[in-house]
Design a protein around this ligand. Sequence first.
Ligand SMILES: Cc1cc2nc3c(=O)[nH]c(=O)nc-3n(C[C@H](O)[C@H](O)[C@H](O)COP(=O)(O)OP(=O)(O)OC[C@H]3O[C@@H](n4cnc5c(N)ncnc54)[C@H](O)[C@@H]3O)c2cc1C
Length: 300
Amino acid sequence: MTTHAPRAAQGAQSVTLPVTLDEAVAALAALPAAVPVAGGTDLMSSVNAGQLRPAALVGLGRISEIRGWQYQDGHALLGAGLTHARMGRPDFAALIPALAAAARAAGPPQIRNAGTLGGNIASAAPTGDSLPVLAALEAVLIIAGPGGARREIPVSHLLAGMEMLAPGELIGYVRVPLLHAPQVFLKATGRTGPGRATASVALVLDPARRGVRCAVGAIAPMPLRPLEAEQWVAGLIDWDGERGLVPEALTAFGEYVAAACIPDHPPAEDGTAQPLPPAVLHLRRTVAALARRALGRALS
Ligand SMILES: Cc1cc2nc3c(=O)[nH]c(=O)nc-3n(C[C@H](O)[C@H](O)[C@H](O)COP(=O)(O)OP(=O)(O)OC[C@H]3O[C@@H](n4cnc5c(N)ncnc54)[C@H](O)[C@@H]3O)c2cc1C
């Protein structure tokens, strides 16, 4: 582990560069005011904007154990330090296609080269592209704590604020099931070229459980799961046969998902309908189109 006074840290008194996850946790325990930094794409934006003045930084970039992945009982254990660029490569896409698609869509190349999976999760921005995929995959976080402790938190619990990282804890790994079936991630940005999502949809097929799991990103503080729509459409699919659906069923699924995530306003007290504002209706149509296309691609 090395410690030095950095030029780039802009006000931080020191930067510590541990080489193991447990060293990083120990460094955070020794310096309670220190902030962990992985790729720095989110954190340094806040520092540069004057919103954050960390007293010290613990850099995670030299911890090789969290920069790759390993197999574990039908799952992949993904290191939190995996960059978007690494997850976008074909060997990773063959394992977890929707996460690879999200990684390829996460900002311009310089951001994808530096930005990490763990940083995307810890930042928990509504527009985080990996988040709906992890929600649809029902991923579990492996959290590293003092003294070599490890505990598990479902990603959905962290994103919903039901469970939090304690001070000094780090996201070490993300466990996702290997489903060996089509998965899709689609994102609308409202512009051409790279941009933050205005809406996104992740959809995975789970043939072993005869399930369809879908999560909608960017339209709420955390990804939304339209559970009834998932169950309805899973019941329409011939899992032992062709697995195709007629276009009307794909359209109905898209509308079901969109209405679940962006519901109608309740009628006024006098019974008159309260229409959604045009911008919200537009967003609902976007979600419906993404969900319809995602299911169509997964089943094609
Ligand atoms: C121009 C630009 C465009 C972008 N476009 C997109 C986009 O299209 N899609 C998208 O999803 N994101 C986008 N981002 C956001 C950003 O790149 C991602 O969220 C990225 O994955 C963050 O990872 P990082 O390693 O850079 O995190 P950092 O900036 O290093 O850290 C972010 C936060 O996470 C904490 N943290 C980091 N690693 C851990 C860990 N292992 N355990 C606990 N806490 C940790 C840090 O303390 C910090 O609070 C964009 C950012 C920029 C600047």
